[in-house]
Design a binder for this molecule. Structure first.
Ligand SMILES: Cc1cc2nc3c(=O)[nH]c(=O)nc-3n(C[C@H](O)[C@H](O)[C@H](O)COP(=O)(O)O)c2cc1C
Length: 179
């Protein structure tokens, strides 16, 4: 049994990322403790690069916003599943803000061992996810983490488009596969 935090990077409640991530969470909940963190429920400022987290207690950011609640959840996590819409070949701004704020605690405080990546985008281009996948791989390398699986969904634009694909089942099955 693992502790899994699912980070949902879309502000659109009930949108494609949200549905995909919840499907994964439902499967993963069979044998694990799963917590969902959606960017739509938190106000997170971007990192300002002051580096004061290097020397602060628990490497926590000095900024007094909702990030403290997310740090508390991630402190106990074994696996983090990241879900995002593709925005200009990158992840959403809101999700990137959270990830940037994790830099020092990820390295020094947390014991996360594995990541899951779930992405949705409107285009059907083969290269749609290339830049995010490269960034993901470099992050895995840097933090000595393992990839626990990916669900990458092309051709979904409007709310609910993902219901017409097999992706929700794929995400659910990936969740179930984690023990
Ligand atoms: C600002 C913005 C940028 C986007 N950039 C891309 C893109 O580069 N490639 C793509 O395929 N879709 C792009 N999209 C479409 C979304 O990825 C797509 O609609 C997705 O299904 C939205 O997920 P959601 O329902 O979880 O919000 C963009 C959407 C927005 C709002």
């Amino acid at each position: 049994m693992s502790r899994i935090v699912v980070l949902i990077g879309s502000m659109r409640k009930g949108g494609n990322t949200d549905l995909l991530a919840h499907s994964f969470a439902e499967g993963a909940s069979k044998k694990n403790i799963v917590e969902i963190v959606s960017v739509s429920d938190y106000n997170i400022n971007p990192c300002i690069g002051c580096n004061s987290c290097f020397t602060r207690e628990k490497n926590q950011c000095f900024q007094n916003d909702d990030m403290s609640a997310i740090y508390d959840k991630l402190r106990n996590a074994d696996i983090v599943a990241v879900a995002s819409p593709v925005y200009f070949y990158g992840i959403s701004t809101q999700l990137k803000a959270i990830i940037d704020r994790l830099h020092t605690p990820m390295r020094n405080e947390f014991h996360i061992k594995e990541l899951v990546l779930m992405l949705v985008g409107a285009a059907t281009l083969p290269e749609l996810f290339d830049s995010i996948k490269l960034q993901y791989q470099l992050i895995l390398n840097f933090f000595h983490l393992e990839d626990r699986g990916m669900v990458l969904v092309r051709g979904v634009k409007d709310k609910g488009d993902i219901l017409k694909t097999k992706a929700l089942k794929e995400a659910y099955d990936l969740g179930v596969s984690i023990e």
